[in-house]
Design a binder for this molecule. Structure first.
Ligand SMILES: [Zn+2]
Length: 271
């Protein structure tokens, strides 16, 4: 993809492409593909859960993902980091899965999946992420979440990395992500001389120009997420109080404010 040499590349197994019933890869094939991509971090093959499945069916999928992770652990002998993909819709399943994999396999961290279908249930997502976070001190990745709302929440919950196509999907819907407003989108205004962002894309463009150029909008949206990430890192590195920052950060949006409040209660409950 022509990224600079020092870029860290994470390759997952493409689990969501297997939403249909037949899996068209094996742990061995996936490891080979990931190596051909020259990825630095590998995610193990997994079969994601669905909210619509009966729990017995989801349990089968959880078990299969665990077997695939252990198979990948046995086969993997390279330098690349291997993260085991873990699924579950209750905290105990997540905890048990991680502890089981930790005992039987050799992993550099864990990657939590199947959260996309339940992403609007902030209480549930927060509980599952915290269950994973407290089950391991190793690297924790979250699959599929990480837009403007989830990114600071995941950072707050102690997640080390995440992936999200939110910046692309938002651009597809002509949504301009606005850094610093808790996931708020740019209002539908008629005229605006300067955009409320100074990223390399917005600097010399007008509102109409960026609305008409989806690639530019996609790039801006990625910058918006980057800005948020850099601010969070700054607050954290400077030793400032993260909760005070997030109180301020989420105050503009009722929905995300509620999500943050739920996360805060749960984090404090652990203390
Ligand atoms: Zn911008």
């Amino acid at each position: 993809m022509d990224v600079p040499e020092h870029t860290i590349v994470f390759a997952d197994s493409g689990g969501y492409d297997f939403a249909v019933e037949t899996l068209d890869t094996t742990p061995r094939e996936t490891l080979e593909t990931q190596r051909q991509l020259e990825a630095d971090i590998f995610g193990t093959v997994d079969v994601p859960l669905s909210r619509d499945h009966r729990s017995a069916k989801n349990q089968q999928r959880i078990d299969r993902s665990i077997d695939f992770a252990l198979a990948a652990s046995d086969l993997h002998d390279g330098e690349e980091l291997l993260l085991a993909s873990v699924h579950g819709y209750d905290p105990e399943t997540i905890r048990n899965s991680i502890q089981y994999l930790e005992k039987r396999g050799d992993f550099d961290g864990y990657a939590l999946g199947s959260l996309v279908p339940i992403r609007t249930d902030y209480t549930k997502v927060t509980k599952l992420v915290l269950a994973a976070r407290t089950a391991t001190d190793k690297h924790l990745h979250v699959y599929g979440l990480g837009g403007l709302v989830y990114q600071p929440l995941l950072l707050y919950l102690g997640v080390d990395s995440f992936d999200s196509s939110a910046f692309i999907r938002s651009a597809g819907n002509r949504n301009y992500l606005l850094p610093g407003f808790g996931g708020e989108e740019l209002w539908n205004i008629e005229e605006l001389e300067y955009l409320p962002c100074s990223c390399p894309v917005c600097g010399d463009r007008t509102l109409d120009e960026i609305r008409a150029d989806r690639d530019a909008l996609t790039q801006h949206n990625l910058w918006a997420l980057t800005t948020e990430l850099r601010r969070f890192r700054y607050v954290s590195t400077a030793g400032k109080d993260i909760e005070t920052y997030l109180d301020l950060r989420f105050q503009g949006n009722k929905v995300t404010q509620r999500a943050y409040k739920i996360a805060k209660q749960q984090v404090r409950g652990l203390a």
